[in-house]
Design a protein around this ligand. Structure first.
Ligand SMILES: [Zn+2]
Length: 344
């Protein structure tokens, strides 16, 4: 492959024979979608932007908070001051890192209704979420559209990575058959997480993505699992897809078709509920800010979100009509607050 592009900024990876000019050209033509831009997502996005992936799409539903800065490497205190959604802060940061590539940050919830249009045309999709439900939807959608995707998980001091290639490897449901019942699996919010383990496992997944895009190297065809606190490093070989897997063997996309799971509303142990209003259109944030300042305390307002506190609740409204309501884990209470202050 010949190219006239100037790849000099990538010199350190193009002199590595596994990538070279040809691999760099492939990276520059690739389209990568990262679902979730928290601890693992920021590390993955950072690596891939610096590596010169030509089109990077980053979707995240949340905003930057103080306790994110311990491990979410793309964010800083200025993002907090500006109350930025993570997708917006990540896009700004990565544009400053590499102006040769296209970066698009989408402050949106990723769910069964929008995932297929989001991943359309992707070379590879990466999981940067913190929840099983979105991963099952992602698994279904990527199998259906035959797009490779990479799972990354990190809790406490261990991390896991799995590369899923439709038609070749086991899928996510081959290993994790069903959503664990609430309270049975460790999450970052109950077990904590040590920053460097996140960066370590997310770097493994980012490397898997690079190998996939350039078509070189040995892909992980099982599960890589390590614990950086106790120094255990393992790669579980896979015997291939599980014969009775509903997703990759039977083509039953139960999560994508919403036969299983619901609207992912409870936000992973944060005493917060997300309310989605599909089809509600855009919220008039300026008008709402005026109205809400009469009943509560408006604490943040920018082009992307409006935050106000009332009683013991903190309600963040996004332009796409979503809300994250802190101070409750009861969906009914959260929906009631949304109806009361925003309308239905
Ligand atoms: Zn499967």
């Amino acid at each position: 492959m010949t190219t006239n592009k100037d790849f000099s900024r990538y010199l350190r990876q193009t002199i590595f024979p596994g990538i070279g000019q040809t691999g760099q050209q492939k990276l520059s033509e690739a389209r990568v979608v990262i679902i979730g831009c928290g601890a693992t997502g920021t590390v993955i996005a950072n690596h891939l932007a610096r590596a010169g992936v030509g089109h990077l799409i980053i979707a995240d539903r949340d905003f930057v908070e103080l306790n994110n800065l311990q491990r979410q490497l793309l964010f800083d205190e200025q993002d907090l001051v500006q109350n930025l959604p993570k997708a917006v802060a990540a896009e700004r940061k990565l544009r400053a890192v590499n102006s040769d590539i296209e970066v698009q940050g989408l402050a949106t919830d990723v769910n069964a209704e929008n995932i297929e249009s989001l991943i359309e045309g992707a070379t590879v999709v990466l999981d940067g979420t913190d929840n099983f439900e979105t991963r099952y939807i992602l698994n279904d959608a990527c199998l259906k559209h035959k797009i490779p995707w990479i799972y990354t998980g990190a809790v406490a001091t261990y991390g896991m990575s799995q590369t899923i290639i439709p038609g070749q490897t086991a899928c996510f449901r081959c290993y994790f058959e069903d959503v664990p019942p609430p309270g049975t699996s460790a999450t970052c919010d109950t077990a904590g997480v040590v920053g460097p383990v996140v960066a370590a496992i997310a770097s493994v997944s980012a490397t898997e993505a690079i190998k996939l895009m350039v078509g070189q190297g040995d892909l992980n065809r099982g599960i890589i699992h390590f614990d950086v606190w106790y120094n255990t490093f393992e790669q579980f070989e896979s015997s291939g897809p599980r014969e009775d897997c509903p997703a990759c063997q039977q083509g039953n996309f139960e999560f994508l078709n919403q036969e299983k799971g619901g609207q992912a509303v409870s936000l992973c142990g944060r005493n917060a509920i997300q309310i989605r209003q599909p089809g509600a259109g855009q919220l008039p944030l300026s008008e709402l800010a005026d109205r809400l300042s009469r009943v509560g305390n408006v604490t943040a307002r920018n082009d992307y979100l409006l935050r106000f506190s009332v009683d013991d609740y903190e309600i963040t409204l996004f332009a796409d009509a979503r809300a994250i309501i802190k101070g409750t884990e009861d969906e009914t209470v959260a929906r009631g607050l949304y109806a009361k202050y925003v309308g239905v």
